[in-house]
Design a protein around this ligand. Sequence first.
Ligand code: SAH
Length: 255
Amino acid sequence: FTEKEAYQQSFNPREYLKEYYSMNDSKDGGNVFLTQNLKLLHKMFSLDGLRGNTLIDVGCGPTIYQLLSACEHFQEIIALDYTDRNRQELEKWLRNEEGAFDWVPVVKYVCELEGDREKWAEKQEKVRKKVKQVLKCDVTKANPTAPVSLPPADCIVSTLCLEGACKDLPTFRSALRNIGTLVKPGGHLVMLTTLGDTYYTFNKQVFSCLHVEKHEVEAAVEAAGFEVKLSEVQPYTVSDDRMDCSGFLGLVARK
Ligand code: SAH
């Protein structure tokens, strides 16, 4: 199991971005992992009721793809992650600093899903304006943002985080209860989880992943006080030696 200290020490945000979030010019950007997840997020954030004032992104890493559909429906976003370097990499992009990761091809792809590829610059600015804070969090803590207490949000989104952060199913279930406290009653949880995966690699390093199945994620979400509204599996059939996942689960639930 990859402890959070290993994330802090050796998770290299630049290498992670390069490995998993680059697009090329071939069909669908040549990155099925990414485009499939963008389509799931687009679908989830198009559901009725997924709107409000505040959104919290739990375990954001150095990425913003998970905010591209979401940013159209919420006014203020707070991004949380455990490692200093991931938060710094994200802040670098938010400040539009030189050398920040180029998300433009990804932003364009999502704009195309939404029906207007030409709106990419506007959407990019929207994300930059709406992310108001980037804070440290630990999903294994009862209050993940301690010592800071955030007012409960209208929605939380968490992509590919808990299965990396939790060593076993009981820890996964308790992490869901912990992050569940960040959302208001009546608010939503939007989750993207790898199914059947035990590891992922980049930069010649291996990170462990908790092997979970759809029914286990749904049960954990319900036990954390949510009602599942949508739960959809996208099989991952690409031969990919960077990970051993069988699919991705997109899940929306209401507290
Ligand atoms: N959400 C991003 C990053 C996923 S990588 C994406 O979709 O690509 C997994 C992330 O979980 C890393 O950013 C890592 O720092 C974070 N993480 C690991 N342990 C954590 C913990 N205990 N609490 C919060 N985040 C944690």
